[in-house]
Design a protein around this ligand. Structure first.
Ligand code: ADP
Length: 248
């Protein structure tokens, strides 16, 4: 029984929209400290799976447990965020008129329920944490620059940093390297591996070179359930994956 120990445990999760089964008895398990890649064709149910995990969508049936015993199907989105599940959507949503540092400070304050940099004085510990995040997201040299002046890839990293300020136990990342340069894409693989040393990360991507760089277990979804799961070599040689995804 993996349930008590797994960080994230989905079993037999189904959900339909107007009679269309977006998820069809999906089972998916993530262990503490694991970095997992998700691939699959458009409409496979990748976004719906993230919506289920974050409480945006309720499953019609199936189990969703976090940290062993917490039943996520009974929690709302705000509770789930508070429990330590962070989600990064595809488009970066940094504050362009704020500096990189202030974006991180705002994110740190948000964790405390403070929504302005004006009312909360950072402790030495807070400042050290922001410096640490800046190092992780490769933006120490840009900390006084406005969000607007970052490259697309740097904005993605900053948003990841803002999520790290919330200290999530599980980070869900949707197509981070779309639109990045090759150098940024390669750096993102290194960066996510570093981040996953202290938390679990689930990353949805179409970029197979990037997935290969990650070198982690891959789950291929199709038609709302798991088509294949394993190493990238195992999954990319699976005839069903070639037919439903790679060969398209
Ligand atoms: P992916 O992210 O893998 O491309 P999605 O999870 O977005 O797949 O979608 C799976 C299927 O469910 C798609 O056919 C999509 O049109 C449908 N779907 C997803 N969310 C909704 C919704 N809120 N209402 C109706 N249909 C939806």
């Amino acid at each position: 029984e993996t349930k008590p120990r797994s960080l994230l445990y989905l079993d037999g999760v189904s959900v339909s929209f107007d009679g269309f089964k977006a998820l069809n008895s999906l089972s998916f398990v993530v262990e503490p400290g694991e970095l997992r890649a998700i691939i699959g064709p458009n409409g496979a149910g990748k976004t719906t799976m993230m919506d289920i995990i974050t409480g945006k969508t309720r499953p019609d049936s199936g189990e969703v447990f976090f940290n062993g015993e917490i039943d996520l199907t009974k929690k709302d989105e705000a509770d789930i965020a508070q429990l330590g599940i962070g989600r990064k959507f595809q488009k970066p949503t940094v504050f362009e008129s704020h500096t990189v540092w202030d974006n991180l400070e705002l994110a740190l304050n948000r964790k405390r329920g403070v929504f302005s940099t004006l009312f909360y004085r950072l402790t030495a510990e807070d400042k050290a944490r922001i410096e640490e995040i800046l190092e992780t997201i490769r933006l120490t040299h840009r900390k006084n620059d406005l969000g607007a002046n970052l490259s697309h890839g740097q904005k993605q990293w900053l948003e990841i940093g803002m999520l790290l300020a919330q200290e999530p136990k599980l980070l869900l990342v949707d197509e981070p390297v779309a639109g990045m340069t090759d150098a940024e894409t390669a750096e993102t693989a290194v960066l996510l591996k570093e981040i996953a040393k202290s938390r679990s990360v689930v990353v949805v991507e179409h970029d197979m070179g990037f997935i290969r760089d990650l070198g982690v277990k891959v789950t291929c979804l199709a038609e709302g359930s798991v088509l294949a799961e394993g190493s990238i070599d195992f999954v990319s040689n699976d005839p069903k994956v070639i037919e439903n995804y790679l060969g398209r």
